[in-house]
Ligand binder design. Structure first.
Ligand SMILES: C[S@@+](CC[C@H](N)C(=O)[O-])C[C@H]1O[C@@H](n2cnc3c(N)ncnc32)[C@H](O)[C@@H]1O
Length: 219
């Protein structure tokens, strides 16, 4: 299955022109603040370690890094150019001294960070992934969460498991059962974690402008 983000390349001048902000979906300030405010409302503290799965160019990363204590932010992404763009954003925001950690990685190998996390988030990531890839992510996150740790995930929802048609989620996004951007029936997520020491909570609406819903997996 082709992953758009895996093959994406950005030149230095495209990064200078902020093309990366559009590539991750635009609404840079709004969706950055939305995910930051949401995690703080769920109890994120400066002393927590945070794993940003599919961190991209740090739309959420910048407010998170600003808030967290030095060294507590960990970003992982499949695309090296988006992480490069994120480092440029970090420099512009004057946050290099916060010493965030980054990894370019395709297989959700969170153990390469050699630590466990209090909180993790995947914002607009499962919306681009087929179910078997999501399964890999969930199996691996369980190994990298502290006991009591939480993994917040957004997804596009389908209310009808047997609907094969596209769903209009908002003015400019149609989602699909079997191609990017994907929608899922909620029931697939409890199925994927069956047998793992994880619990799932359906949070649902969290005021995402494109109607992405929120889930929480906790250990
Ligand atoms: C729509 S962007 C969202 C980025 C970021 N979470 C944000 O809110 O701006 C989706 C991100 O998921 C990343 N991604 C896609 N597949 C991935 C994978 N298998 N492992 C890690 N990151 C992945 C993409 O490279 C991209 O940065």
């Amino acid at each position: 299955m082709k992953n758009y983000y895996k093959d994406l390349k950005l030149t230095k001048s495209e990064i200078e022109d902020n093309k990366h902000r559009e590539v991750v979906g635009g609404l840079w300030e709004e969706i950055g603040k939305l995910q930051f405010d949401f995690l703080v409302s769920k109890g994120l503290k400066p002393e927590y370690s945070l794993l940003d799965v599919g961190c991209g160019a740090l739309r959420g990363g910048i407010p998170f890094i600003n808030y967290l204590n030095k060294g507590n932010y960990y970003g992982i992404d499949i695309n090296q150019y988006l992480i490069e763009a994120g480092k440029r954003e970090l420099e512009k925001a004057g946050l290099l001294d916060k010493q965030p950690n980054f990894l370019v990685n395709e297989g959700f190998q969170f153990d390469l960070f050699s630590r466990k996390f209090d909180f993790a988030i995947a914002q607009s990531v499962f919306t681009h992934l087929p179910l078997n890839v999501i399964h890999r992510c969930l199996v691996n996150i369980e190994k990298s969460l502290k006991k009591g740790g939480k993994f917040f995930v957004t997804f596009f929802e389908s209310d009808d498991k047997f609907n094969l048609e596209g769903i209009s989620q908002c003015r400019d996004v149609i989602t699909f059962l079997d191609r990017d951007p994907y929608h899922y029936h909620y029931s697939v997520f409890p199925y994927l974690i069956e047998g793992l020491p994880l619990k799932i909570e359906y949070i649902g609406d969290w005021k995402h402008p494109r109607n992405q819903k929120m889930l929480c997996f906790s250990k």
